[in-house]
Design a protein. Structure first.
Length: 229
């Protein structure tokens, strides 16, 4: 976007429709999800002894076969209304995916959703860095004003992640959707472009190699964001 814009300032006109691009970080990168290339890698990572936990809060899955999973991934990447990014390590092998969806370019609003983090990706620096990369892309590159995050009220992992990342809880939509045939309450979170500069600084401080010792974080993102007491 234009370098003349101040942090948090919204450019005139519609925001660009999200499309997949390559976003490079220290621990890995985001790149376009490729059904033919990635499904065969992601299937065994997402269908193991942790299968139920991986898929319990997802709208679909688990899948009975690798082919059924590959067909689903092909459907995802063919949907022009959603942009699916593979979360890949330094070796470029996929460990999960995330998606920009439900875009309203005229209003500068988009949702981050359908996040699949397989067990090898969970609780890693790349897991957080991938979210930092997509948030930075949404606000700094695409110029969106509002990023939404929704999940079922029972999805404690997603709710804790939203809180940790600095999203603001806005309320619950009672029986907002059907999840695998059952009505579910949906929690709604958001982050605004005016809030992003402070969050960006906290992410970058957390991702700094100096914040880690023997592979363990010295301060959490939340602690950095709050600052010294």
């Amino acid at each position: 976007m234009s370098s003349d814009l101040k942090p948090g300032e919204i450019p005139p006109g519609d925001a660009p429709v999200p499309a997949t691009v390559v976003l490079v970080g220290r621990c890995g990168r985001l790149r376009p999800l490729d059904a033919e290339r990635d499904a065969s890698c992601l299937y065994p990572l997402s269908h193991d002894e942790h299968t139920n936990a991986t898929w319990v809060d997802m709208k679909v899955g688990p899948f009975a076969s690798e082919q059924a999973f590959a067909d689903h991934v092909a459907e995802l990447v063919a949907d022009k209304k959603r942009a699916f990014f593979a979360v890949a390590g330094l070796d470029d092998k996929p460990l999960g995916w995330l998606c920009l969806m439900e875009a309203k370019p005229a209003h500068h609003v988009v949702e981050l959703g359908y996040v699949l983090y397989t067990p090898p990706l969970q609780r890693t620096r790349l897991a957080t860095e991938a979210l930092y990369l997509i948030l930075r892309h949404v606000f700094d590159d695409l110029g969106y004003r509002r990023l939404e995050w929704t999940c079922t009220s029972t999805n404690q992992r997603s709710r804790k992640a939203a809180d940790r990342l600095g999203f603001v809880y806005e309320g619950t939509q009672r029986q907002g959707l059907f999840l695998k045939g059952k009505p579910c309450d949906i929690c709604v979170y958001s982050m605004l472009s005016s809030e992003w500069p402070a969050h960006r600084s906290a992410f970058e401080a957390w991702l700094d190699p100096r914040n880690f010792e023997a592979g363990r974080q010295l301060r959490s993102v939340a602690e950095i964001r709050v600052g010294p007491n």
